[in-house]
Design a protein around this ligand. Sequence first.
Ligand code: SF4
Length: 333
Amino acid sequence: MNALMERTKAVGMLSGGLDSILAFRLMLDQGIDVYALNYKSPFCTCTSKGCQHQATKVAHELNVPIKVVPTGQDYIEMVKHPHHGYGRNMNPCLDCRVFTFSRAREYARDIGAAFVFSGEVLGERPMSQHMPALKLIEKESGLEGILLRPLSAHLLEPTVPELQGLVDRTRLLAIRGRSRKPQIALAAELGVNDYPCPAGGCLLTDRLFATRLREAFEHNDDTPRHMRMLRIGRHFRLPSRARVIVGRDELENAALRNLVRPEDTSLEPVDVVGPLTVLFNSTAADDVRTSARLCARFSDGREQPEVTVEYGTGMLRVAPLSEADTSPLRIGG
Ligand code: SF4
């Protein structure tokens, strides 16, 4: 390997899952100067520290610099209006890839990297990793010829860095399909033993979450705060269009408490055990009363004729809402 090859910079997409780790190892083993890029999605199923924690940990172990990019309103807009449509639920995988790879192109340009690479495997994912999809992503993200998929490179046309000799194509692979066996065998060969959270989960592929998200978009509830709300509790839409969330356990109550703002109304039963209930963006008397009845319905006082519920500076004595009256308000089951 000559000195020029050792100076070649590349940006790699690092989720922290096995495929991305292997792609990084293949590039590092060729002496490429690798910079990792990770996206902090509002829809990642990882909680608390999140997938970026896993990616950061992997980057540290691989001894490569990492840039973690939070996705914000622009990402949510893409999810709301994907050019290429959704998968089985609300997952706009093609647009999502174009979005993230476009940002990778910008990062590569900024740091003078010769190409971008990823751990994508031909045929591994039905929507975004078949041949036409890989080509579309490469084209629409502005990475034509400079997007390398080291794990499947021999099944794809040679990229510019391969043609220029910056990357040795003979040391790239021809992995195809959904079986993880070739990756697991390669991991063993390379001594990669620790890969929890393989690709990270995405809530956009979850049926219940998709139902909630669709309903939220219909009501223009589309901020990052709304996206955080959708992960927590039981959701209800009142006739006024206000949203009510009822916590299901202590963890959810705590998460819900963190989302409350002055314009919201928090409610809790007074003399029985029951959930934190939050009425978002409303203090209207009718909404507060219905929220109090929902709160009572999910409390230990649900069989009682009335429950006392505290909210703000007031208290209400209300009858728990019946199942028949609760069902029409419920969002997403
Ligand atoms: S599963 Fe989610 S994160 Fe993965 S490509 Fe699809 S939309 Fe993007």
